[in-house]
Design a protein around this ligand. Structure first.
Ligand code: C2O
Ligand code: CU
Length: 474
């Protein structure tokens, strides 16, 4: 069967050695015994927009976009020898993984940037199963924007039963007519508004056309939004996908309202989809996040073959929980974090480099966003919150800006407790939570991972323009 995703081939090339048990029925190789995976970052070329266009000059891992899929088993150890062959320094951040602070890959905070020609060894255990991804944490707007990212899948020891699994990593590029990346990475309009939204959406590094499926099959779809700023709202017309995990963390399986899943930058979703159409049928997969610009991402194309089964598979789809400690709300430290600034946000002044400054003056330095009135300019700063190790924390995020912000915390996953005071159902844990304009979102976590952890908006232009802070676990 032709496939859109290149994931399985990538897994082999990556040398991760872990097979997709439960899908292929092969035993997984213990990563602890597997050799170090070599991962290089370097300039390359990719045929992103189809054969009638020239190749695009990109920066990428392992010579391709997306980078190789790293696939391991829960409880295994991931060891990566990173080699920087870029013309500038870089790092690798393991988005969503609960790693020790020194392995978190934040240049200037958890490690020194890896200079061109240098190497850095990452090694850590994988406590959680789920869908994750990796990307640089150094000049992220440009480095991720040029194509540096890849999927990281941690398989459950007992995966749920599906016929097929797919990893779809979505990206958005700002390109010229000649398929070259527009190099306006410092664009202040992007920084002060919705970020660098491009004009070309790719799925696993190509513009997708159709997704061939067989009637009756059950597919587990792992979605990853690797775009700098674009949101996706994917609507599977004619189908009833069920959400089983967000940001890698299992939730109570539930149908999506309208069959639609919204993914802000850095967010992931695991869906189970029963292919309930008939042989030969076709359905649109629509992205209508920006309603005036709704488009068909691809066509779900049923093959002519007889259905694999007449009724949907009768097997459980709930994933086993990951070993996340439950926050104790009664004894939790509480902290409010106000998201401020940006265009049309009404923030007149803020603290910048230790002094109160007018927003205009701050904007001249290319910054425009603040957390609790502080515009971040460097990574070493006073934490927004210090929590004793092992204690619970409840953080109220209050968005006083005119834009949505996907707020990401490093080193931990958190429970999403409420939105505007209304409890969030289905037991949702995330590492990147969307906060809408004027919305208040309460999250809770056990601060069990010591270190200074970055907490920032994952619209990369917002992070670059000051929307970040630290949470210290002491
Ligand atoms: Cu996806 Cu601070 O990172
Ligand atoms: Cu933001």
């Amino acid at each position: 069967m032709p496939r859109i995703a290149f994931s399985r081939r990538q897994a082999l090339l990556a040398g991760a050695g872990a097979a997709t048990a439960g899908v292929l029925g092969l035993p997984a190789v213990e990563a602890a015994k597997a050799p170090e995976i070599r991962l290089s970052a370097k300039p390359g070329r990719a045929q992103l927009v189809g054969p009638s266009y020239p190749q695009t000059e990109v920066w990428c891992y392992g010579g391709r976009v997306p980078g190789p899929e790293l696939r391991l088993r829960q409880g295994a150890r991931l060891a990566v020898a990173f080699e920087n062959q870029l013309p500038e320094s870089s790092t690798v951040h393991w988005h969503g993984l609960r790693v020790p602070n020194a392995m978190d890959g934040v240049a200037g905070l958890t490690q020194a940037p890896v200079a061109p020609g240098e190497r850095f060894s990452y090694a850590f255990d994988l406590p959680d199963a789920g869908t994750f991804w990796y990307h640089p944490h150094q000049r992220s707007v440009e480095q991720i924007g040029r194509g540096l990212y890849g999927p990281l899948v941690v398989e459950e020891t007992e995966p749920i039963r599906v016929d097929r699994e797919e990893v779809w990593i979505l990206d958005d590029w700002r390109m010229t007519e000649e398929a070259a990346i527009v190099e306006d990475f410092d664009n202040f309009h992007d920084k002060s508004h919705a970020g660098r939204i491009g004009n070309t959406v790719t799925l696993n590094g190509i513009i997708p056309e159709s997704f061939p499926v067989r009637a009756g099959e059950r597919i587990r779809l792992r979605l990853i939004n690797a775009a700098n700023a674009r949101f996706f709202a994917l609507k599977f017309t004619g189908h009833q996908p069920r959400l089983i995990a967000l940001d890698g963390q299992p939730c109570a399986p539930h149908a999506l309202p309208d069959g639609r899943i919204v993914l802000g930058p850095a967010m992931r979703a695991d869906l189970v989809i029963d292919m309930t159409g008939r042989p030969g049928e076709r359905f649109d997969l629509i992205d209508d996040h920006y309603q005036r610009f709704a488009y068909r991402l691809l066509e779900i194309a049923y093959e002519a073959d007889a259905p694999l089964r007449e009724n949907p598979l009768d097997a459980p789809i709930a994933l086993p929980a990951n070993p996340l400690p439950a926050p104790d709300l009664g004894s939790a430290v509480r902290q409010r974090v106000v998201l401020g600034g940006g265009a049309m946000g009404g923030m007149a002044s803020a603290t910048f480099r230790g002094q109160t400054k007018g927003l205009r003056e701050i904007a001249r330095e290319g910054k425009v966003w603040a957390l609790n009135g502080v515009v971040a300019d460097r990574l070493r700063m006073e934490p927004l919150l210090t929590v004793q190790r092992g204690r619970s924390a409840v953080i109220e995020l209050a968005n006083e800006t005119a834009f949505d912000h996907p707020m990401h915390l490093h080193g931990h996953s958190f429970r999403v407790l409420s939105r505007d005071g209304r409890p969030v159902p289905h037991g949702i844990w995330q590492d990147t939570v969307l906060v809408a304009p004027r919305e208040k979102v309460e999250i809770a976590l056990v601060a069990d991972n010591p270190g200074d952890w970055l907490f920032h908006c994952h619209i990369l232009e917002h992070m670059a323009a000051g929307m970040m802070g630290l949470i210290r676990v002491a």
